[in-house]
Design a protein around this ligand. Sequence first.
Ligand code: 5AD
Ligand code: SF4
Length: 443
Amino acid sequence: MTQDARATAAKKLFIKTYGCQMNVYDSQRMAEAMGAEGYELTEDQSQADMVLLNTCHIREKAAEKLYSDLGRLKPLKAARPDLKIGVAGCVAQAEGEEIVRRMPLVDLVVGPQTYHRLPAMLRGEAPAILTEFPPEDKFDHLPERRATRRAPAAFLTVQEGCDKFCAFCVVPYTRGAEVSRPVDRILAEARDLVARGVREITLLGQNVNGWHGAGAGGEWGFGRLIRALAEIDGLDRIRYTTSHPNDMADDLIEAHRDIPQLMPYLHLPVQSGSDRILKAMNRKHTAEQYLRLIDRIRAARPDILLTSDFIVGFPGETDQDHADTLRLIEQVGFGTAFSFKYSPRPGTPAYDRPEVDGAVADARLQELQALLNRQQQAAQQSMLGRTVGVLFEKPGREPGQMVGKSDYLHSVFVEAPQARIGDLVQVRIVESAPNSLRGELVG
Ligand code: 5AD
Ligand code: SF4
């Protein structure tokens, strides 16, 4: 496209999202903010007038991806100096100007709490590097979510930041202190999403079950919020992530017992099964407390599928500590789980602690992942013959096939030539593949 042709066409924005679901949500909101400025999304980076990289800082590898991607953008920027390159998200927050020093092709750096100012930054009406935690709420300054009809499953951020300060984690520094969005804003956004065709909402927060706010009748906890959301006509499914074990209050556990729209799935990171390591991680719970909590959750919702996060090779971890983690996994039986080798992060309390030998940590990670994979396969096998709800999200790999998420968040492929995206159907599970299930329509 010539320079002139590009000036008259709508400007194109390419966004790459790294890391967590909170970033996926933030990318959508940034796209909406830029939409109000005349930018529309493109999937083709080479056609973009602006490239925005929404980054993750949780582990070193995630952060380094930014720099390799920026390196790859150099020829595009050299060919088209008018191309704007922006870095958003947690690397932007943590490294700020350092990014521009290392990569001068970057035009804008915007932290997770300031991205509502992106249009002003682009117009030169705000500094090109903005990473403060401003007193105003960015959600008040973002355009309403009035995009066209939406996919049937959407994210909705209800809480941000974390006050837990686990010794390995950058989140309290990159995302700041815990803040809960007000009840009325959350309910309004949820109603608006449902009005646009959304049937499933996943509530997001770094510490989502720590959410609290003033609602009708006084202070609400997260369980109360879920009850209010469940009253929205047309909202068929509610999920949430990510939770901390210490914030699993009774009202939330009761919500799992009482509210059919609240899906039987819970991601509850434990990180380790060793009390010594949990203490060194500043997790403020023991393995036993986690197990008793799981008992209470399963008493409320016996079929709930549990998932978790694990870190192996945390400083000081011995073979015995690792064995304790494996035992905890055996005791719980997870549907699936994420596991990571410990990555020292600058600025966190554990950063300077002596590291576990890399090969030892690798071997432990393999052993742990093998066990978790066996549990995942067993959990999937146990679905065979069962009938579950599936919300169709997109066409499957084969003609006439649809794919969607089960109540338990499995990806399920179903032969359904008449079906449409957004249909919520009953499906009998007939086959288990390594990371998905196959089912047949019932009735
Ligand atoms: N090293 C490895 N894994 C980490 N996580 C957070 N910080 C680190 C780190 N420094 C993992 C935790 C957390 C998940 C989102 O990422 O398991 O729950
Ligand atoms: Fe990080 Fe989660 Fe710990 Fe908060 S609770 S510090 S987000 S691992």
